[in-house]
Design a protein around this ligand. Structure first.
Ligand code: ADP
Ligand code: MG
Length: 282
């Protein structure tokens, strides 16, 4: 994010981790093209394991699917990776750095942003307001206020409004700028959630069932947007049940069952895997 008229001033200020996001994006990656490395994660709730010794990697390039039956632990894994649930053990490395145990906004600041399985937009706020609130909550707003001061905050906010409007145009949602999100269809809400995540200018996006409650036309449109974002260099991990979407949009697929990873590969490879067929594809 560049703050054209203010750039010099902002650079001189202690606003690290927010305006300096692009600089962090320049952190050298590990030599491999693995942006996310999940190692031996375990997580239990009340003594029952939701995730049990799960390990996998996600490559920086392309779209990775995460599939598996209900209760397999997909959402729990996402919560752990994104910093909203603490694992019992195991580690998460993002862009070559150990991020295990960091808070969600700290991880978002490093460029890893997720959406939720259940929509969590503010129904009584407009689409534009949701996009603006989203970015401050992802980055930690109290801290931004304190460091920037009121006048600078207004300038920064003007830039955020420009960014939000550019996203609305890109995702063909500009006519809904002033619509309350409570009035939107399921598919439109998913689009707003996607745009809200993009406001943080992530280098990796994790989507938890972005097609849930979305009609087929909109689902294809969302799939197209995700492909375009991936082609521009965004790493994407997507949990989805809709196999047509997984087939058409994902380069690689990770299969989970009962809290751990059963297999990974292209859909063509997975279709030849007996265990996967028995657990999930049959
Ligand atoms: P998936 O997203 O693959 O459907 P989840 O990660 O949501 O699976 O859930 C995995 C298991 O963990 C399920 O048995 C679920 O009931 C349990 N679980 C998830 N979150 C919690 C929680 N906050 N408290 C108790 N149990 C949970
Ligand atoms: Mg889930």
């Amino acid at each position: 994010m560049t703050f054209s008229p203010l750039q010099g001033e902002l650079d001189d200020n202690l606003v690290q981790g927010w305006e300096t996001l692009p600089a962090e994006h320049g952190v050298p990656m590990t030599t491999s093209s693995e942006i996310l490395q999940v190692e031996a994660l375990k997580c239990s709730f009340g003594g029952i394991f939701a995730v049990q010794d799960a390990s996998f990697v996600v490559k920086s390039e392309g779209i990775t699917g995460l599939i598996g039956p209900n209760g397999a632990g997909k959402s729990t894994i996402i919560s752990i990776v994104a910093g909203s649930t603490r694992p019992d053990s195991g580690s998460v490395r993002f862009a070559g750095e150990d991020v295990t145990g960091l808070k969600a906004h700290q991880i978002a600041r490093k460029g890893l942003v997720r959406t939720f399985q259940k929509s969590n937009l503010f129904a009584r706020m407009t689409v534009l307001e949701n996009l603006l609130v989203g970015v401050t909550s992802m980055k930690g707003d109290g801290y931004v206020d304190a460091l920037l001061g009121r006048w600078r905050w207004q300038q920064a906010e003007a830039k955020l409004v420009d960014d939000a409007r550019a996203l609305l145009v890109r995702f063909k949602m500009d006519r809904y700028e002033d619509t309350y999100t409570g009035e939107l269809s399921g598919g439109e809400k998913r689009m707003v959630e996607l745009m809200r995540a993009m406001m943080a200018q992530p280098k990796m996006l994790i989507l938890d069932e972005p097609m849930a409650g979305v009609n087929p036309t909109r689902a294809r449109e969302i799939g197209g947007h995700l492909r375009e974002l991936a082609d521009e260099g965004l790493a994407i991990l997507v949990v989805e049940h809709e196999m047509v979407f997984i087939e058409q949009v994902c380069n690689r697929v990770i299969v989970m069952a009962q809290g751990s990873v059963l297999a990974e590969g292209t859909m063509a490879e997975l279709r030849r895997n007996r265990e996967v067929i028995d657990a999930y594809l049959s």
